[in-house]
Design a protein around this ligand. Structure first.
Ligand SMILES: *Cc1c(COP(=O)(O)O)cnc(C)c1O
Length: 431
């Protein structure tokens, strides 16, 4: 029995939570009938160009025939099997691929359900590692301001303390140490002073620090900031010098978004622990992975527990792994670098008219990510309505109007997204 759009919205309002939403003062939601390629069709028949890739995930567009086929083929074999005591081809193949594609020393893959859980797994790996080599007091982490690492408690403790609302959860969040956000922009050099506060923080607390976590090159949901590869290299050097683990959270940046397979490649560095998620399955199913090196994995395994202490029920889900394999194959078979460069050029061109407009603090583009930073926060409901009227799907937050479209977006579709963004800016700040 199909619900009418009105009935659907009524029941939604009665029973559902949406991300970061209130049940008292709820923002509008738009019922979707279908989605194909870079287009989303609403139940009222309106069509929207997708500028969000459903939060970085849907890199190949919606309803992709090859991804659908991979999922169906696995469905006909088995949808799920416990990973304790069993193994299967989709997981084994995916692990081998990830090891091959990620920086050299990463060789062990732990699969889990979502990005936030992959971050929790990374933290537990770091703590068990330090414990196993005789530093049980090293249980805290250094993170960067303006960062975002997920919504579970451990991951949340590493998000920017202000935008992450640490005050609300002060009694339950583990206490971490925060360095200033990287002050040097992408493409620019870093001065030694830029790293001084971070080094001072490490020196002060090194005895309690297990590792340092960051989003390489692109800080996503914490501010959409692009920072210098020099900074990332310098952090790698500091972690080496002070014997800390470097955790790179590539959940948003992985799989080509910034113009490289992984954002760490911009700096030519390898982390000790890497988290992946979001685009891993091409946006089909929730799957994430935490990778580490053989020496770290072996040290953990030789510790007091004799094992790594984590094991989600849906670990290595075969449907998710099968579609992730198909998504990676699609990416490898395509000229994805040319697509990202084409999108980068389109975004630079399309967003250029906004530069210098009243109310615009900054316009920046990196790879297939385009950002307009405004001087004041926008009203989400109002701006989203304007965008939908123009046939474009975006979801601004705070002062940020931004897009990260699927890689197969056409020039025309991209131009429409950019024009809608510029129009929103002009409407917000009429001359
Ligand atoms: C989205 C995101 C996460 C959390 O992933 P979920 O799948 O939403 O739990 C963690 N880190 C970064 C950098 C992200 O962008």
């Amino acid at each position: 029995m199909a619900l009418s759009p009105e009935e659907l919205l009524k029941r939604d309002a009665a029973h559902l939570w949406h991300p970061y939403s209130s049940v008292i003062r709820s923002d509008p939601v738009y019922p979707v009938r279908s989605a194909c390629g870079c287009e989303i069709e609403l139940m009222d028949g309106r069509r929207l160009v997708d500028g969000m890739a459903s939060w970085w995930c849907v890199i190949h567009g919606y309803n992709h025939p090859q991804l659908n086929a991979a999922l169906r083929a696995q469905l006909d074999r088995f949808a799920h099997i416990m990973f304790g005591g069993f193994t299967h081809e989709p997981a084994v193949q995916l692990a081998a691929r990830l090891v091959q594609l990620t920086p050299e020393p990463l060789s062990r893959v732990f699969f889990c359900d979502s990005g936030s859980v992959a971050v929790e797994v990374a933290l537990k790996m770091a703590v068990q590692y330090q414990q196993a080599r005789g530093y049980p007091e090293r249980q805290r982490f250094i993170s960067l301001r303006s960062g975002y690492h997920g919504d579970t408690l451990g991951a949340m403790s590493l998000c920017d303390p202000i935008t992450g609302m640490h005050r609300l959860f002060a009694g339950i969040l583990p206490k971490q140490y925060f360095a200033p956000a990287p002050p040097c922009a992408f493409g620019e050099p870093c001065a030694p002073e830029d790293l001084a506060p971070l080094e001072a923080l490490i020196q002060r607390h090194r005895r309690e620090i297990a590792g340092l976590i960051l989003e390489p090159i692109v800080q996503g949901a914490g501010g959409m900031r692009f920072y210098s590869a020099d900074y990332l290299r310098a952090v790698r050097d500091l972690c080496n010098a002070y014997d800390l683990l470097l955790i790179a959270d590539e959940i948003a940046t992985g799989f080509g978004r910034t113009g490289r397979w992984f954002a760490c490649e911009h700096a030519g560095i390898a982390p000790d622990i890497l988290t992946l998620g979001k685009a891993l399955t091409g946006g089909y199913l929730s799957l994430a992975a935490t990778l580490t090196t053989e020496p770290i994995a072996r040290t953990i395994s030789g510790g007091e527990a004799g094992a790594f202490m984590h094991g989600p029920t849906f670990m290595g889900n075969p449907l998710a792994c099968a579609v992730a394999n198909a998504s990676i194959e699609l990416l490898l078979a395509s000229d994805w670098q040319a697509s990202i460069q084409r999108i980068q050029r389109g975004l630079m061109q399309g967003l250029a008219p906004c530069r210098g407009l009243p109310g615009v603090a900054d316009v920046r583009v990196l790879g297939a990510i385009g950002v307009i930073e405004l001087e004041k926060p926008v009203c989400l409901a109002e701006v989203q309505r304007q965008l939908v009227e123009q046939g474009v799907w975006l979801r601004p937050f705070g002062r940020l109007l931004y897009t990260m479209p699927p890689y197969l977006i056409t020039e025309d579709q991209l131009a429409r997204i950019c024009a809608a963004m510029c129009r929103v800016v002009a409407d917000q700040y009429p001359r």
